[in-house]
Design a protein around this ligand. Structure first.
Ligand code: IFM
Length: 451
């Protein structure tokens, strides 16, 4: 396993988290309820009835967590701002204590020499907005732009780059199509107006951020899609899935158009959601960087039963994470090269804004995570060597945290173990490995050695 990778000079090393997964303090200092508070209260929605009510108690323990980041030598920390902490009803009255928390967090990060990289929406929509239709309601996009302006006006003097949305694919499909995440709607393809409204929200917020001379990124969860066989039917199924998972969330932003969704049976105007001028609003602000969240590739076959136009099948003969996700590191290199080939000059610099794996608590000494991270960084370095402009890598995640429908204990993604009973943080073997790796790149940057 290499102790360093041949990465471009200025490559930024980071770690990522999200508000509802770590903050806790859901009832404190004027925070309003979010869709995740509501969803967690639904019997059977989250494994073992867990909630994010306390999670890692980061709201109170952020100084300790920043000390852990400093110990790693991070350049950047990606976190999310909880919309209901800032605007408890989603719009209208601002909660000064909510903004003050992010103010303190940003100052403490800067004090530690770490650049804050906030995400404005990582799935915790204020419940008051959900009550008015959530992302199915076009109005939510305009409320998001107002919220973006409020947060940017408070923090923009110290925070140069912003991520608007996290993984609109996952939020749309799990939250609105399948109902396994908040807000628990089961609309199948009729969930897709929620995707359009999130993209519209991204575009409106991107304009707000650019007006303030701030950089804008969007973090998409992308996956290379491979057909299960060379048959024409499997190829068609794979293309349909690629349009849904990848192109639906990237083409409008980078190319100003939607991919062909006819194979999914989705009308061009996405059930009436797309209005004249929307694609301009989404595309025209431009993107300063594409955030790429990568976990695994996807294998797709033609359907064997009526219903969906594709069927997801497993990868045989590869290791799987505790989540059951196939580990295929070279798929990240293929994905990066594919993005360059598909989008060409329209592709902005890429930052890996999430990559990591869940490992069960008993796994000692955390070797599967080290192997996973190491192999994926190797894939990043190879894609960079093949000409893809990649600016940084934020591992998911700094801490074990609330893994959505999987609850607290089962899927541990952290470099740092969290005992949720005592809140004791214990760095894992992967923490030491990542720290040493970052230090090795500081001492001998690839540009200075010629690789
Ligand atoms: O924990 C999530 C995160 O919130 C979004 N990306 C994937 C991670 C692992 O499932």
């Amino acid at each position: 396993m290499p102790d360093r990778y041949d990465l471009p000079s200025g490559f930024r090393w980071g770690a990522a988290t999200a508000a509802y997964q770590i903050e806790g303090a859901v009832d404190e200092d004027g925070r309003g309820p979010s869709v995740w508070d509501t969803f967690c209260a639904r019997p059977g929605a989250v494994r073992d009835g867990h909630t994010g009510a306390v999670a890692c108690d980061h709201y109170h323990r952020y100084p300790e967590d920043i000390a852990l980041m400093k110990g790693l030598g991070l350049d950047g920390y990606r976190f999310s701002v909880a919309w209901p902490r800032v605007l408890p009803a989603g719009a209208g009255a601002v909660n000064p204590a909510g903004l003050a928390f992010y103010d303190r967090l940003v100052d403490a990060l800067l004090e530690a020499g770490i650049t804050p990289l906030p995400t404005l929406f990582h799935w915790d929509l204020p419940q008051a907005l959900e009550d008015r239709g959530g992302w199915l309601d076009r109005d939510t996009a305009y409320r998001f732009a107002e919220y973006a302006a409020i947060v940017a006006d408070r923090l923009g003097d110290r925070v140069p780059a912003w991520i608007t949305l996290n993984e609109p694919f996952v939020h749309t499909v799990y939250g609105y199509a399948l109902g396994t995440h908040a807000p628990g709607r089961t609309l199948m393809f009729e969930a897709l107006p929620a995707a359009h409204h999130q993209l519209l929200a991204h575009g409106l917020a991107a304009s707000v951020l650019h007006e303030r001379r701030l950089e804008v990124m969007l973090s998409n969860n992308l996956t290379p899609v491979e057909p299960a066989s060379p048959s024409a039917e499997d190829a068609a199924a794979a293309a349909a899935y690629d349009a849904l998972h990848n192109r639906l969330f990237t083409d409008p932003v980078l190319l100003g158009r939607y991919p062909d969704l006819r194979a999914l049976g989705v009308p061009d105007d996405i059930y009436g959601a797309v209005r004249d001028g929307d694609l301009d609003l989404i595309h025209a602000p431009g993107l300063d960087g594409l955030g790429l969240n990568f976990y695994n590739p996807t294998r797709v076959a033609a359907p064997t039963a009526p219903g969906l136009p594709f069927e997801l099948v497993d990868f045989p003969d590869v290791p799987h994470t505790a989540f059951g996700w196939p580990v295929v590191p070279d798929a990240l290199r293929q994905l990066l090269l594919g993005l360059r080939d598909v989008y060409g000059k329209a592709l902005p610099p890429v930052t890996i804004t999430e990559n990591g794996c869940s490992v069960t608590e008993s796994t000692d000494p955390d070797q599967p995570r080290i192997d996973y991270l190491s192999a994926h960084l190797d894939a990043v370095a190879r894609a960079a060597a093949e000409g893809v402009d990649i600016r940084g890598y934020y591992t998911w995640s700094l801490l074990d945290n609330f893994e959505w429908a999987e609850g607290l204990f089962r899927q541990r993604f952290g470099l740092v173990h969290v005992d949720f009973a005592t809140q004791k943080r214990t760095p894992k073997a992967s923490y030491a490995w990542y720290r040493d790796l970052i230090a090795a790149h500081r001492i001998r940057p690839a540009s200075a050695t010629g690789g």
